[in-house]
Design a protein around this ligand. Structure first.
Ligand code: FMN
Ligand code: SF4
Ligand code: SF4
Length: 282
């Protein structure tokens, strides 16, 4: 079967999860194709697609605006092509399931048959920085889940997550992010620490940053992915109202996964339950 995965990713978590999932599907004998959803990327040809995967990070209990724009721009299909959502988030909150509601509705309207959704917890790129031990434990959690998820997709099995009315309401309210982010992003700026390397401009999936006299200038189409601030080698981006929540620097996923005792008090309740679900099964 030809499986096409289109994903949006600001700081690499979703990209990595989708790549790993596709690797497993390729090992199972399927033909795969991976397309980033970026302003400067080629659009995927979906005429011969037999199974579509849509990858995205949860942003404020929703799918990011560029993902919804991408889905709305898809051509209608009469083929009821099977489709799965593949999302990542910084926390294993049930509320995050609200982020699947609008993508599922749009895809259904376009003639796709949404059969399932898969959710992977990976380190936060905003709010606070997880320890490298936590990042490694999360990576292990994903690795343990991927084989069964790939099998499910290969068998075109169903794995839909129900979203209750409260989560739907929270998701609806938080969708304000889609309107607010372009306005907030216009106030991002480079501080005096900027070394003019242009990394922020090259990573921005929205093409929202251009270099002018060796300094980045931010436009009007920010999607709040935090890629610019995360990857800046000089931690030189002032992210306006999100400054106190800025996370800078790629995670090392190579270390020893944090043990239960090393997980901080805040993370203990929800993360340990999420980790154990996969670890106990393996
Ligand atoms: C603007 C913004 C909003 C976010 N909102 C949520 C959220 O509602 N719930 C959550 O668990 N994580 C949230 N996160 C964390 C990301 O979903 C998480 O770090 C994700 O793995 C990042 O994926 P990426 O590296 O592919 O961009 C948010 C991140 C950003 C930048
Ligand atoms: S990535 Fe950082 S240092 Fe490089 S141009 Fe952008 S703001 Fe300046
Ligand atoms: S300006 Fe920064 S936060 Fe906004 S979309 Fe581009 S990389 Fe993401």
């Amino acid at each position: 079967m030809k499986i096409v995965c289109c994903y949006f990713s600001g700081t690499g978590n979703t990209a990595r999860a989708c790549e790993e999932l596709l690797k497993k599907l390729e090992e199972l004998g399927h033909e795969i194709a991976l397309f980033p959803i970026r302003a400067d990327a080629e659009r995927p040809a979906l005429s011969d697609c037999e199974c579509l995967l849509i990858g995205y990070p949860v942003h404020g209990f929703n799918a990011p605006a560029p993902v919804l724009q991408f889905l709305r721009s898809l051509e209608r299909t009469q083929k009821k092509t099977p489709c799965y959502l593949v999302r990542t988030s910084g926390e294993p909150l049930k509320l995050n399931n609200a982020s699947g509601v609008t993508p599922k509705r749009i895809l259904k309207g376009k003639g796709y048959a949404v059969l399932g959704e898969f959710h992977y917890v990976l380190p936060y790129n905003i709010i606070f920085r997880h320890s490298d031990g936590m990042a490694a434990r999360m990576k292990r959690g994903v690795e343990l889940r991927l084989p069964a998820d790939a099998q499910k997709i290969a068998a075109l099995g169903t794995s839909l997550i129900k979203t209750g009315p409260f989560a739907r309401f929270v998701g609806f309210v938080c969708r304000i992010e889609h309107t607010a982010m372009p306005l907030i992003g216009r106030h991002f700026r480079a501080t005096d620490k900027c070394i003019g390397c242009g990394k922020c401009a090259s990573v921005c999936p929205q093409g929202n940053i251009h270099m002018e006299n060796g300094r980045p200038k931010f436009g009007k189409s920010c999607a709040g992915c935090m890629g610019c601030a995360f990857f800046c080698p000089a931690d030189a981006i002032d992210t306006a109202v999100f400054n106190g929540w800025r996370v800078n620097g790629a995670y090392s996923f190579l270390g020893e996964p944090a043990s239960d005792d090393e997980v901080c008090k805040y993370c203990r309740k929800s993360y340990l339950k999420y980790f154990h679900e996969a670890e106990d099964r393996s």
